[in-house]
Design a protein around this ligand. Structure first.
Ligand code: 3PG
Length: 403
């Protein structure tokens, strides 16, 4: 992996930095600035080295054209507060205005360009289109630092092609993410427990399959637990269910048995009368969801207390833990207990406890846990899962990294 030192003296040089500033926004206000804070290390290093810093990022998934709700303008303001210096913002990624702003930079100045994904070429399937766009971005600078760990699994112009269009290296966030995540894949200290939540089994299939032979315990919570319960033949009423994944899930359960790995499935769940913060709810055994007072209309929104306590015990007694995805609908306080209990246990790990991903990180922060209580909070959700899956990561390979 090429790192910042490989780029030599950057004083007076224009350095394009790809960050992942894809933060959650509500009515134009940033609700979790973790990714902005995680970008500061590299940016401060470059500012202190006298580089002229041009920051680029995506935000959300606009359709390739400008959309005000996906503007990076609020991020420019937050970045400026956190850096303690002015950050110039320009409402385009490439064009005359962006070029003029890049040329006007003095040593140590910082410029943030508008959302990369307002340009269809950024995410285009057509390599030539991506290449051309990367060259237009490259024309703004003398060197490229890739530091958006959250997007290294994407073969996109600013992540992949740009690394070849300029002298390039990884920033310190990517370096530190890799150092920690490699401790999960290269001979992890045991017991090794992985906790997976979130809504869809289909998003987690690859990682479940890849991790099964490596972990000691795999705890399954979140919306996807109901597909596991259904695969065991239990009724799940109106809970989330991916019918088309039932056979795959059955195969995983059989494989886990063969390997002697525990797939710990919930034994109790919190069932609600509907999907809302104030829905009535009760805790029932996982095999009795349809016998709750809501009958066939019940909808499971959290793991139950018995399950949460068991998951927490597995987590806090492990030496290595990776957690991705909330255990329930933590945005509604009545259904946040499972996520909170597991988060608390993760803070008690005597070893390495990793929160994997932007959404999971935002979840633990919104429940009141500060970052310093965890071994590591990865800024990449999809990226850290694909890292654990052993998949190819174009954004890292372009920087000279290999497994
Ligand atoms: C993320 O939120 O996981 C990253 O910012 C990548 O975003 P994407 O999934 O829209 O590519």
């Amino acid at each position: 992996l090429r790192t910042l030192e490989d780029l030599g003296d950057l004083a007076g040089k224009r350095v394009v930095v790809r960050c992942d500033l894809n933060v959650p926004l509500k009515d134009g206000t940033i609700t979790d600035d973790g990714r902005v804070r995680a970008s500061l290390g590299t940016l401060n290093t470059l500012v202190n080295a006298g580089a002229r810093v041009i920051v680029i990022s995506h935000l959300g998934r606009p359709d390739g054209s400008p959309a005000p709700e996906y503007s990076l303008a609020p991020v420019a303001q937050r970045l400026s507060e956190l850096l303690g210096k002015e950050v110039t913002f320009v409402g385009e990624t490439v064009g005359d205005e962006a070029t003029a702003a890049a040329e006007a930079l003095g040593d140590g100045d910082v410029l943030l360009l508008e959302n990369l994904r307002f340009n269809p070429e950024e995410t285009s399937k057509d390599a030539a289109a991506r290449q051309q766009f990367a060259e237009r971005i490259a024309a703004l600078g003398d060197a490229f630092v890739s530091d958006g760990f959250g997007v290294v699994h994407r073969k996109q112009a600013s992540v992949y092609e740009l690394a070849d269009a300029l002298p390039s290296a990884a920033g310190s966030l990517i370096e530190s993410e890799l150092t920690v995540l490699e401790r999960l894949t290269k001979d992890p200290q045991r017991p090794y427990t992985v906790v997976l939540g979130g809504s869809k089994v289909s998003d987690k299939l690859g990682v479940i399959e890849h991790l099964l032979p490596q972990v000691d315990t795999l705890c399954i919570g979140g919306g996807m637990l109901f597909t596991f319960l259904a695969a065991q033949g239990h009724g799940v009423a109106k809970s989330l269910l991916e019918q088309d994944q039932l056979d795959t899930v059955r195969a995983y359960l059989a494989k886990a048995d063969e390997l002697g790995v525990t797939i710990d499935l919930p034994t109790d769940v919190v069932v609600a009368s509907g999907f809302s913060a104030d829905a009535s709810h009760e805790t029932v055994a996982a095999d009795a969801i349809e016998s709750s007072s809501f009958g066939a209309d019940g909808i499971g929104l959290d793991i139950g207390p018995e399950t949460a306590a068991r998951f927490a015990a597995a987590v806090s007694s492990s030496k290595t833990v990776f957690w991705n995805g909330p255990m329930g609908v933590f945005e509604f306080p009545a259904f946040a207990a499972g996520t909170k209990t597991v988060a608390q246990a993760l803070t008690e790990v005597d070893g390495l406890g990793v929160v994997g991903g932007g959404d999971s990180a935002a979840a633990v922060r919104s429940l009141g846990f500060s970052d310093d209580r965890f071994g590591h909070i990865s800024t990449g959700g999809g990226a850290s899962l694909e890292f654990l899956e052993g998949k190819s990561l174009p954004g890292l390979e372009a920087l000279g990294w290999s497994r």
